[in-house]
Structure formats: C-alpha cells, structure tokens
Design a protein around this ligand. Structure first.
Ligand code: FES
Length: 517
C-alpha cells in the first residue's frame, strides 16, 4: 500500500485493488479564513483526480472541497459513504456530480474487489457537520486507520479490524474557542492552555488505543493568512495557542515517550509492505522542516502568494443586499417552533449583533425578531456581510461557515452551552428534527462502572465517550480525556458546562470482612 499525503487531511491511497482519494482540500475555506498548511500548491493535482473511490469523512469545508471535487475529480469514482443520520452529505456530493455510492454501516466491514473497508461514524449533533467519520482500509499488504477529525467512542470493532500499520490522527484545534471570546487576557490564556493540553492528551489516547506501528499527525492545523487573523497562527512560542502544528505535536509525543510518530508534508509518500514503513519526502530533509521551524517567514511568503485570492473572495461578499431580520425570521422561527429539546437546553436568548442591526433568537418565547434590548445570555458580534452570505447560500450549518471562520466575537453569561451551537448546526427541518430525536434518545438506560469510590455512568454525558477508557478520577473530580470535560462526583455537577449532569453515587461499604487469604 502506498499513501501520498496531500496536506491537511488529504490522502491518496494506492493499493493493488484500486485507489482511494480521501478528503482533498486545496481552496480557502470558511470565508477565506482557513488556508491549507503547509502549502500544497506544488502537488500535481491531476495525479490524484482519477481515483477508483472517493471518501470524504464529513462535510466541513476543509474536508469537502466543493470546487476541487466539482472541477477536477472524475465523477464515476465510487463514493464511500459513512453512515450519517441525515442525507446532506450524500446530496452535496451528488450535486457535485458524483453518482456511484457505496453506503456503509457503522463498524460493519465491507469487502469490495479485494479491499476491506470499515467506517466508524459519529452522529451526535456536535460531531462534525452532524456526522463525522473515520475509515479503516486493508488491502492484504497493510492496514491503516484514517481517523481524521473523528473521535471514536467505541474501539472494539476498530481493534478487531487491526492490527494497524499506520494511523492518521488529528491533534490540533478546529474550533473558535477560546480565541473569539471577549474575556480578560489571563482568563483566555488559561483556557487556551487547557484546551491545547486536552487536544494533545486526546490524541495521545487515540494513538494508544489504535496502537499502530507508525502514527502520523495530520488534519490540521490550517494557517490564517488574512492579516486580520494572522495572530491565530501558532508560531511555536505560545503554549495557549490551540493551532499547534505537526512538528510540535511530535515533539510533545516524544517527550511523553511515544516515539513512533512521523512528520509529513504535502507530497510525502508512505510505503507500507510486509510490516515495513518507508517515508519519503518530496524535498530534501532540511527543507521538510522549514514550514515548522522558520514558520513566520514561511507564512509571510505564503501570505503574499495567496493575498489576491483572499482579497477577491472578500470583495464578493454581499453588502446590504439581504433583509437580514425578515429572512432570519422566516427561516428560523419555524425551526425554533419544533425544537423543544434545543429550547429547553438553551433556556435563554441569543443575540446576533451586526454593525447596524441586531437579531434576537428567543428560545424562551420561540421568536426570531429584530432585537429590542431583551436580555440575551449568548451574544455574537458578527460582520453583517457574513450573515448575509450565510443567508444567501442558505447554509444549514453555520458552524461550517461563520463560526469556524473565527471572524466574529462572542460573549456569554455562564458556561458553555452546546445547545446554542447545535441550533446553528441544525438550520433545516431535517437537521432540526434529527437533533431533537438525538437529545430525546439520550435518556436511555445506562451502564455504570466504578472508580474513586463511586459508581458512575459509563458513557460521558457530553458525547458518550467510554469513561472506562477515557475517564480518570482524581480527588473526586472525573475528567473525560475525549474533550476534557470535568465532573464533580460528590454532586454529579458538570464543571465545564452547566447543561449536563453525570449519574454517580458513592459505593457503600458492604460491611463484609475481606478474605484473610
Ligand atoms: S465525550 Fe466529550 S468530554 Fe467526554
């Protein structure tokens, strides 16, 4: 098996039984905020445009590059479809011209023409674009796991598919938190430090669980080359920056005694055969490190090259061409009306404050209207042009456009509330109904486990990670390593978000004397 890294989460996998193009991304994403890093423009893209199979792990724009897929990729490639709860992913790819689909079911092995495939699909409203996935591939010579941005919560099927020769794992941030929040600098810094540490801890756990011969940090970070966002790049000097790069991640892993990781850049080729792994870079070794160790200069050169592209995209944004209040009222008020779980979870109001207009999404009275000064617990300060563009494109997932752009600021009273963002991810009837069903089903009966003197629910109240693997208890505080959420076991209270509670109870001593032998 031969794998060419295409930058970010892009892989081109060649086997004796066909080729698979995974998550190619080459054009700026999220309102031209995210740019692939390192620069992939030296790749000869025609070499990767005629795969037998296409796999797009989820619908975020840094994985689903509409323009590249529409203009360059052969349309009779068979699309490997993860088992997602809505039809959006398939219909987006169909609109781009793809017509051959290979639907998969979560954790069920598919055999096609000598290839064995297994997808793991994450389906919580918070996973990717309501759906995130990874793909395991075996061709008889090697087995790999393209984990991508997905955060598997069950490992049994993945373990059975292995053992793995290579594991491609995300480690960097893909979020706007805490950077966009209006917080005191020291508080924001402390949050950034903790977020970065959580990301690295989670990647470390994933590497341990998959236990591949070699792991490759990938799927991030992007770089930010619009001058307004340049400060978001991690230049290697800020331990509070969540966009740490591959080189930093590998150094960190090595410091933890994990030294089976390898660095890649766009064009790196990984050959796997008979247990051997050979990594070949497209440039001399001394140049491989340049994007990481001479980063600011590298990014400034890159910025000069892409500035015209960014400027052209910004010039195309609308300017007072959309009646924002009326459009959002007509679009969102019917969605709020059917969103019982979301309304109960938010239990407040959200404000969209633009330069010259403001809209309130009132989850208490189920209204979407011009803001008249009502108290709003969640406040977003957003450029009007981006709101207009989201409306014009009828974006059903504003996380996958506005929020990931980091081109906004936010304030909130109280802790994080995922229901707020899940509303903005669920902006169609199909998505809103799915989100409702998902939350309605979370009251299912639970398994428990024991740790630190407590009987505790086994699945994390956040996104159901298996706490027997990802939970640690220290001094009465349970921490889930998947996203770093913390719970006070004396009360069950979540210390990270105020909308969740964990089931836990002290284990009563039985009164029996221990065995003497
Ligand atoms: S699953 Fe997210 S913190 Fe546990």
């Amino acid at each position: 098996m031969r794998i060419t890294l295409l930058g970010h989460a892009g892989l081109y996998v060649e086997t004796d039984h066909g080729s698979i193009l995974c998550d190619p991304w080459f054009h700026p994403a999220f309102f031209a905020a995210w740019i692939p890093f390192p620069d992939p423009s030296a790749l000869d893209l025609d070499r990767y445009a005629s795969p037998d199979y296409l796999y797009v792990s989820h619908s975020h724009d840094d994985h689903l590059d509409r323009r590249f897929l529409a203009e360059r990729v052969r349309k009779d490639a068979v699309v490997i479809l993860p088992d997602f709860p809505t039809d959006d992913h398939r219909s987006t790819l169909a609109e781009l011209g793809f017509h051959e689909f290979l639907p998969t079911r979560n954790h069920e092995v598919v055999e096609v023409d000598g290839l064995r495939l297994l997808t793991n699909a994450l389906v919580a409203p918070t996973d990717g674009a309501i759906g995130d996935s990874g793909l395991a591939i075996a061709d008889g010579t090697a087995t790999i796991f393209d984990q991508n941005d997905s955060k598997p919560i069950d490992f049994d099927a993945l373990a059975e598919f292995g053992p793995y020769d290579a594991h491609f794992v995300q480690f960097s941030g893909a979020i706007w938190f805490p950077m966009v929040y209006r917080l005191p600098a020291d508080e924001k810094r402390a949050l950034g430090i903790r977020k970065r540490a959580n990301q690295l801890a989670r990647a470390g756990r994933m590497v341990k669980e998959i236990d591949a011969t070699t792991f490759f940090p990938f799927a991030g970070p992007p770089c930010f080359l619009d001058e307004a966002l340049f400060h978001l790049n991690d230049l290697g000097t800020d331990e509070a920056n969540i966009f740490l790069d591959q080189h930093v991640a590998l150094e960190h892993m090595r410091s933890q005694g994990v030294d089976n990781g390898a660095l890649t850049i766009p064009g790196t080729v990984v050959e796997l055969r008979a247990g051997d792994c050979t990594v070949t870079h497209p440039v001399p070794d001394a140049e491989v490190l340049r994007p990481f160790v001479d980063k600011e200069r590298y990014l400034r050169d890159y910025q000069a090259r892409v500035a015209p592209v960014i400027d052209a995209e910004k010039a195309a944004w609308p300017d007072h061409e959309v009646d924002v209040v009326r459009e959002l009222h007509d679009w969102w008020e019917p969605l709020v009306a059917i969103s019982d779980q979301i309304c109960a979870g938010v239990n407040g109001r959200a404000l969209l404050q633009m330069e010259d207009e403001a809209v309130v999404v009132d989850f208490l009275d189920r209204r979407v209207a011009r803001w008249e000064g009502e108290t709003c617990r969640y406040r977003f300060f957003v450029p009007r042009a981006l709101v207009e563009e989201c409306i014009r494109r009828r974006d059903v997932d504003w996380v996958n456009s506005l929020f990931l752009s980091c081109r906004f600021e936010a304030e909130r009273d109280g802790p994080y509330n995922e229901f707020v963002y899940n509303f903005f991810r669920s902006l169609s009837q199909e998505r809103a109904e799915y989100t409702e069903r998902f939350y309605a089903a979370t009251a299912a009966p639970m398994e428990t486990w024991e740790a630190g003197g407590y009987r505790i629910q086994r699945r994390c109240p956040h996104l159901k990670a298996d706490l027997t693997r990802f939970g640690t208890v220290d001094d009465g505080i349970l921490t889930c390593a998947m996203h770093g959420w913390r719970f006070d076991l004396a009360t069950g209270r979540c210390l990270t978000s105020d909308d969740r509670q964990i089931f836990c109870e002290p284990i009563e001593p039985t009164g029996e004397e221990p065995d003497a032998s």
